[in-house]
Ligand binder design. Structure first.
Ligand code: UDP
Length: 240
């Protein structure tokens, strides 16, 4: 704990599967996941309670499976199982580097991981443990963005931290348009009227309904997660 209390007490961090991939074409890159764990540990050390929803796109994406001719629901269950692998890898990395983490799954796989039970998750967070939510919402046809909004609302997170490859929300795609500028903050309604794709529509609507702000920031920028969690000027804030 530091002398200065953190600006935010409890966060829900949404990490995409891609965040674990590093420069690899798929899967989990050891160096990248270790760096990620270090960044998370720094935030925990500041006294912030951290819950994480992890994606699975680095291993399997249901949409692609569906498009390739698989039954979509089956493909989505495979996608959810991919998030369990990522969650186990992240929690293991955190635990080995001294940050206590627990995985809770929305799909029961009793021999592997404990099921999601809200009061238990709240207890872990209060004890300063990192909780990694696996298997998304547990339902096909959803995404882990929606799981992040859902779990964020359920655990009373003050904010959803949406980790992306870019350092915020831009007026246009900065890779295609060099004149694009970054928003420091914008309202949910502004984001909708400008058709800025921040999270998928279901996730976005849930955050908006629950008045749960979203902070979009770059997971690849060293120290950005800590600055965001400490309420410093970083990324783009989407608020009601
Ligand atoms: N998924 C699902 N329901 C959920 C969350 C995820 O069916 O509640 C499946 C879906 O197939 C998705 C895959 O799991 O494509 C991986 O999740 P996501 O694409 O959100 O991961 P990310 O892009 O964040 O790595």
């Amino acid at each position: 704990m530091t002398a200065t209390p953190p600006a935010i007490k409890r966060v829900l961090l949404k990490l995409s599967g891609e965040a674990l991939m590093g420069d690899d074409a798929f899967g989990i890159n050891r160096e990248t996941i270790s760096r990620m764990a270090d960044e998370i540990a720094e935030v925990v050390q500041q006294g912030v309670e951290v819950a994480i929803v992890i994606g699975g796109g680095n291993i399997f994406r249901g949409m692609a499976g569906g498009a390739a001719g698989m039954d979509r629901a089956t493909a989505d269950y495979m996608g959810m199982l991919a998030t369990v692998m990522n969650a186990l890898a992240l929690a293991d990395t955190l635990n080995r580097s001294g940050t206590i983490a627990r995985v809770m799954s929305a799909i029961n796989i009793d021999q592997v991981v404990e099921p999601y039970v809200r009061p238990k998750a709240l207890q872990y967070l209060e004890e300063g443990k990192v909780v990694v939510f696996a298997a998304g919402t547990g339902n096909p046809f959803f995404t882990t963005d929606t799981a992040a909004a859902l779990r964020g609302a359920e655990i009373g997170a003050e904010i959803v931290l949406k980790a992306t490859k870019v350092d915020g929300v831009y007026t246009a795609d900065p890779k295609k348009d060099p004149s694009a500028t970054r928003y420091d903050k914008l309202t949910f309604d502004e984001a909708i009227s400008k058709s800025l794709g921040i999270m998928d529509a279901t996730a976005f609507a849930l955050c908006r309904d629950q008045k749960l702000p979203i902070k979009v920031f770059s997971i690849f920028k060293p120290g950005a997660l800590k600055r965001v969690a400490m309420g410093e000027d970083e990324g783009t804030l989407v608020y009601i």
